[in-house]
Design a binder for this molecule. Structure first.
Ligand SMILES: Cc1cc2nc3c(=O)[nH]c(=O)nc-3n(C[C@H](O)[C@H](O)[C@H](O)COP(=O)(O)O)c2cc1C
Length: 435
């Protein structure tokens, strides 16, 4: 099969993904799923049945607090609150599947590299190489308030993350091929000469350690990164296998990929980072039905809930701003890449802040694909072919139904067209997603 589209299912271990108040819809089962492994396991099996590459878990560890400098709206409307640890789900899901990969967001702000590697690599080892790590640098102010740490400025966060990754590589590479002997007769487990001692001293971080987790089938987790500013892309080009992006149109996707490619070349890579885009599908028996459903879900969202989300993501307090002014690019220490993407679409559409919120109810720039399964498959294929991206991270408006419907109704159409795999060819997440 020629190169094919890659697909991930996007989830959060919270009441919603990108659509605020989705938990209140009668078809949504997210609230009840927070308290049990079983529904997550059954969703994982379903996505494996339809040959998805994996599931991707975003994470907002501490509730959004930029809007009016408080967390009340996040708590009141369940905007990514409560926020349970997604890492806790991975072992349960991986244990009932054989091929599906699991990418998880873990911020480098709150956990030392030694422990991050220990947790992720233990999961990667146990799942025979099916774990990915979305490296985020901790742009949420609430996260630092909760941890009692001082937030660094935007670019310094990436400098610290560079050091963080150098420690991770040393830990991942520190146990040599023939280090483990397991010689029962002589009682020798391993050869210390083949296990490196790490002694790292940087500007931000220190680590003196002997690596403590055995290398997995893919040696290290697949590395994802979602920062999309210039500095974020340089970091991604240096370290990551995949950039997870949000761009709202095909031309914007092409521009984004051109700059990722340039950053990858500047970094001396012969293969640029792969790019996956977030897509929100709304399916219906007819186009009108799908549109109606989208409108119905958006109408439910109180403006305060949407503003809380947008303020938190962009690091701007929209509570202090006139909502009838145009949504322009503003300086931020949080997500500059997201700010650029949201303000670009707002300027193209001439949206005020209020109109942007009302129009989307979400992050402003995740494209919705709305229509019958056939129409959704058509649009996705066009987006994939014309942008040249690797694939998509499907964020369902309601869950798990949105992902199950997409798998059952859209994936077979993509398979029939030869655009998507009908069986797995690789063993590890890296082999399926990247090769
Ligand atoms: C598509 C996308 C998904 C992201 N997911 C998360 C996430 O789950 N958790 C998080 O803390 N930050 C997340 N971020 C924030 C980024 O990791 C990054 O810290 C932020 O965008 C700032 O980087 P930038 O200025 O280089 O864009 C996401 C950003 C994007 C664009």
């Amino acid at each position: 099969m020629a190169d094919h589209m890659r697909l991930l299912g996007f989830l959060m271990h919270t009441p919603i993904n990108h659509l605020s108040l989705s938990w209140a819809d009668e078809e949504d089962r997210r609230l009840s799923e927070l308290s049990s492994f079983k529904p997550w396991q059954s969703l994982a099996r379903k996505l494996e049945e339809y040959c998805f590459d994996g599931l991707f878990f975003a994470d907002v560890p501490a509730p959004y607090d930029f809007y009016h400098d408080r967390t009340d709206e996040a708590v009141k409307y369940g905007v990514c609150w409560p926020s349970h640890d997604p890492v806790a789900l991975l072992g349960a899901m991986a244990s009932v599947t054989d091929h599906l990969g699991y990418a998880v967001t873990l911020s480098v702000a709150g956990i030392p590299p030694f422990l991050a590697v220990r947790t992720l690599s233990t999961l990667d080892y146990l799942s025979q190489g099916r774990i990915g790590w979305n490296i985020v640098t901790g742009n949420g102010r609430a996260e630092h308030r909760a941890l009692g740490t001082e937030p660094l400025e935007h670019d310094a966060r990436y400098d610290r993350a560079d050091e963080y990754l150098r420690i991770c590589y040393a830990l991942w590479d520190g146990i040599g091929e023939k280090a483990i002997i397991a010689d029962r007769n002589n009682g020798i487990y391993a050869d210390p000469a083949r296990v490196e001692k790490i002694d790292f001293e940087g500007k931000y971080l220190r680590c003196r350690a002997t690596p403590s987790v055995l290398p997995s089938a893919q040696r290290r987790p697949v590395l994802f990164q979602a920062g999309s500013s210039g500095r974020g892309q340089a970091f991604a080009a240096k370290h990551s296998d995949v950039i997870f992006g949000i761009q709202s149109t095909i031309p914007a996707m092409k521009d984004f990929q051109a700059s990722v490619k340039a950053a990858s070349i500047a970094e001396g890579r012969n293969k640029p980072c792969q790019v996956l885009y977030a897509i929100q599908p709304y399916l219906g028996g007819t186009e009108e039905e799908a549109k109606r459903r989208r409108e119905e879900l958006l109408r439910r969202i109180p403006i305060d809930a949407a503003l809380c989300r947008l303020s938190g993501t962009l690091g701007i307090d929209f509570g202090q701003m006139d909502l009838d002014l145009p949504l322009e690019e503003l300086p931020t220490q949080a997500s500059r890449g997201m700010m650029a993407a949201v303000s670009k679409i707002a300027s193209e559409k001439r949206w005020t802040i209020r109109e942007a919120i009302v129009a989307t109810g979400t992050l402003g720039s995740i494209p919705s694909i709305v229509g019958t399964p056939q129409q959704v498959a058509d649009q996705l294929e066009t987006m994939w072919r014309e942008s040249g991206c690797r694939g998509f991270n499907i964020t369902p408006p309601i869950s798990p139904k949105g992902l199950i419907d997409f798998a059952e109704q859209v994936v077979p159409l993509l398979q029939n067209r030869g655009v998507f795999r009908q069986e797995y060819s690789g063993r590890t997440f890296s082999e399926n997603l990247l090769q």
